[in-house]
Design a protein around this ligand. Structure first.
Ligand code: MTE
Ligand code: CO
Length: 418
């Protein structure tokens, strides 16, 4: 006992405990945890051998990390979409098995030995390539995001779907390996009147879109690999067109033909679809570039805060069809105040960017928003700004700022503050 009645030893222990508490935001004291003290099955028995999984799959404890669809969105699963679980991912690369799928006539199951790519139209020599032929051209590796123009389309008139998988998950980002489209067009030889290219898919939807020649010879790829391995059937095996930064619909899968022409073809997907009806009754057309956009992936409705007050990692993704993302700001109070987030990992043109804001959460409710800026100086708009410019009829190209309402209990909800 000291002179003022305080036990010095107790005070010391309290001090240690307090010091512990400061740290305890992120870890607990190394005492009494059964996960450490008890012998686990995996300590005692031999595990599966190297022959058990010739093609590996994730741990069964990760079985909730899957693509999901929204049954009421479409009439059939063949002409439908599922969504990338972006709330469960980190970094910038989407694992192949989790890339969202958008098909108009289901997955074409193609035997590569019987697949051909034809180039015809305004070329000197119409050509047909086998897959083996394509393997003899110089190739490139590039990381690009693909976003469906309809991503976030359900959110145009207000908050709808409760989770970023559904609001922002028509998005993936992988490394493609392929031959430059310009290389193949040069092989065929362009006629002087050539101005447009029409890629065509081999699936039952015969997907076709008009691509201006300028873009075709700039950075488009005819790709056969994603993240090092062959394209997945869902993503266009054995061949797909990569149209960096432009709407996903133009990235024709199961690519079987490239027609060269002197004007756009006015296909279904560039007339009745993938156009935006404005307030004045006119329609925006040929809106190819995917605008600068971002979303906080954690915490979010499907990824609530799993801890109490103290250190919290806010994480999200940002991307732009104009090039690199140069800056992402995060607000925790619905857009009143903004802080610059930390972009971590590669910052590549027309690829996803990963950002973080590490905060000390006081346990009160938050209104989380993120706002990206790209190298063209374009800033992600609020949804009100978007609607003022484009009216209420749109579906496509919604790059408005998303808000998640984080409650004190850590749960989260999709709301709109514009
Ligand atoms: N290509 C073909 N041949 N058939 C299709 O249905 N869907 C398009 C595009 N290319 C489609 C296609 C649409 S709308 C999008 S958003 C992307 O493919 C989706 O690519 P993913 O399935 O790899 O995510
Ligand atoms: Co699409």
């Amino acid at each position: 006992m000291s002179e003022n009645g305080i036990d010095r030893r107790k005070l010391l222990t309290a001090g240690v405990a307090l010091g512990g508490a400061a740290l305890a935001g992120r870890a607990s004291a190394a005492e009494g945890d059964p996960a450490i003290l008890e012998v686990k099955p995996w300590n005692q028995y031999l595990g599966p051998g190297v022959e058990a999984a010739p093609y590996g799959v994730p741990s069964p404890y990760e079985s909730h990390v899957v693509r999901r669809d929204v049954a009421w969105l479409t009439a059939s699963t063949e002409s439908s979409v599922n969504f990338t679980p972006i709330h469960e991912l980190d970094g910038i690369i989407t694992p192949n098995g989790l890339c969202f799928e958008r098909h108009h006539a289901g997955v074409a199951e193609i035997d590569p030995a019987e697949h051909r790519l034809m180039i015809n139209g305004l070329v000197e020599t119409p050509l047909v390539f086998t897959m083996a032929d394509l393997m003899r051209f110089p190739r490139e590796n590039r990381i690009y995001f693909l976003e469906c123009a309809a991503n976030s389309g359900m959110e145009w008139r207000g908050a709808q779907l409760n989770g970023c998988q559904y609001t922002h998950g028509m998005l993936h980002c992988v490394m493609y390996t392929g031959v430059k489209l310009s290389t193949l067009l040069e092989e065929a030889g362009l006629r002087s009147s050539a101005a447009w290219v029409l890629p065509e898919g081999a699936d039952a939807s015969l997907m076709t879109r008009s691509v201006p020649l300028e873009k075709a010879v700039d950075d488009c790829l005819v790709a056969f690999r994603m993240n090092g391995e062959a394209l997945r059937p869902e993503q266009g095996y054995p061949l797909r067109l990569v149209v960096p930064g432009w709407e996903g619909n133009m990235w024709v899968k199961w690519l079987r033909r490239l027609e060269v022409g002197d004007k756009p073809w006015q296909q279904r997907e560039e007339t009745s679809k993938y156009t935006d009806l404005l307030a004045n009754g006119k329609a925006r057309r040929f809106t190819w570039v995917m605008d600068v956009k971002s979303v906080i992936t954690s915490p979010s409705p499907q990824k609530p805060v799993g801890h109490g007050p103290g250190p919290m990692v806010i994480s999200g993704i940002a991307w732009s069809g104009n090039g690199r993302v140069t800056r992402v700001d995060v607000s925790i109070d619905g857009g009143r105040n903004w802080r610059s987030a930390r972009i971590d990992g590669p910052s590549l043109s027309k690829a996803l960017h990963r950002f973080y804001l590490d905060i000390d959460w006081d346990g009160s409710e938050l209104f989380l928003q993120s706002r990206a800026m790209d190298e063209a100086g374009v800033v992600q708009p609020t949804k009100d700004v978007l609607r003022a410019a484009r009216g209420d009829n749109s579906i496509y190209h919604n790059n408005g700022i998303q808000t998640w309402h984080i409650k004190s209990d850590g749960s989260a909800e999709n709301v709109e503050i514009s």
